[in-house]
Design a protein around this ligand. Structure first.
Ligand code: SAH
Ligand code: SF4
Length: 349
């Protein structure tokens, strides 16, 4: 039965919710290897051996939200807070460009200090100075007008994980936020024309196999260009400090199924995977991931951007990260690609 489900997933790139639940419940070591192998073959059919490099700039650790899982939540008075000025952001981009990066990801807490005018100015400046780069934003929920203005200014892509498609779980984890609003933001971003990234965490307290199956079905339906899936890592200064968190193995299973459901997606091997396991990112690449996001943030602020604790690479210069990750990609049997790395969907229409 397992083999039948896996073959259907591999050949047809689809599986119903109940079939995914069955798969998750019954998956043994032997079939897990079959799943990972199918995910690798599928990824390589679309992207070959390439793993795309994105330079990540975490430009503000200040956040107005209170997501229960996150170390940057507003109510965490122990969090170190900083904001990078436009010039500092441009400096990070210059360093990244010099190292060969052609995609920059600007990520932050939900920080209203960066008004849409400020964001538009930053985006325009980056794109004027580095016209052959792609720019990705990951700054949370904003209005349609703001998303439109930032797109018009030159932003190409937007990462906004849906976090969980279970309304019950979403509302438990996000006091003061609305499930419908999150979903609406994703819809708007898509309508505007951004290459959109959705995704979720694995191992949230109260998350069931049914919830995860629904997250995967949601991704299939949304059909985003990018999919971010990583393990939840509890942070000691949050209400979820005593919970268990996600595992590398469970996350790999989610990555592999997501790869098979949305075969041409761009999926990062997350830093959270590298934090849980020395070879976590390599293991993610071998389960279907094909993007890495080395850090370009100034070393002086790195440790303060603590969504979770013990984050790797917080003391390393950008040049070091670039070479370290390249070595890891090669060791995993892949090759680092420094180009813009757009979704192959854009080339074939
Ligand atoms: N503020 C923006 C972007 C930064 S947070 C936003 O929320 O969209 C980026 C992602 O980090 C979130 O989408 C969430 O899925 C992930 N994250 C937050 N806390 C985490 C934790 N403790 N462990 C693992 N991932 C976490
Ligand atoms: Fe803020 Fe994003 Fe963390 Fe939520 S996940 S508290 S929005 S930084």
């Amino acid at each position: 039965m397992l083999q039948v489900l896996l073959d259907k997933l591999y050949k047809e790139n689809k599986l119903g919710r109940d079939e995914i639940v069955l798969l998750l419940r019954q998956l043994d070591e032997e079939h897990k290897e079959v799943l990972f192998n199918y995910a690798r073959l599928t990824k390589e059919r679309f992207y070959g051996k390439k793993v795309y490099m994105r330079g990540l700039i975490e430009f503000s650790s200040i956040c107005r939200q209170n997501c229960l899982y996150c170390g940057l939540r507003a109510q965490n008075s122990k969090a170190g807070r900083y904001r990078l000025a436009k010039d500092e952001i441009l400096e990070c981009c210059s360093e990244g460009y010099r190292l060969g990066y052609r995609t920059f990801v600007l990520q932050s807490g939900e920080d209203p200090w960066y008004t849409v005018e400020k964001m538009v100015d930053i985006i325009r400046s980056v794109k004027e100075k580095f016209p052959d780069t792609a720019l990705t934003l990951s700054i949370g929920e904003r209005s349609r007008e703001e998303y439109e203005a930032m797109y018009a200014a030159g932003a190409d892509r937007y990462l906004l994980r849906h976090e969980t498609v279970s309304r019950r779980l979403y509302e438990q984890l996000h006091p003061g936020m609305s499930f419908d609003e999150r979903q609406n933001c994703l819809k708007i971003l898509k309508e505007i024309g951004y290459q959109v990234g959705a995704g979720f965490m694995v191992g949230l307290p109260g998350q069931t196999e049914e919830d995860l199956a629904e997250d995967l079905c949601f991704l299939k339906e949304l059909n985003p260009h990018m999919i971010g899936i990583g393990p939840f890592i509890p942070h000691s200064e949050t209400p979820l400090k005593d919970t268990k968190g996600g595992t590398v193995e469970d996350t790999r299973v989610m990555l592999a199924i997501a790869r098979l459901l949305v075969p041409d997606s761009l999926m990062p091997a997350t830093t959270a995977m590298g934090t849980l396991h020395k070879q976590g990112r390599e293991l993610a690449l071998q389960a279907g991931a094909n993007v890495v996001m080395p850090n370009l943030s100034p070393v002086a602020v790195r440790a303060k951007y603590a969504l979770y604790e013990n984050k790797i690479c917080t003391g390393d210069e950008a040049a070091h990260c670039r070479h370290c990750i390249e070595g890891r990609i090669q060791a995993a049997g892949y090759e680092a690609d420094m180009s813009r790395g757009d979704s192959c969907r854009l080339h074939i229409g």
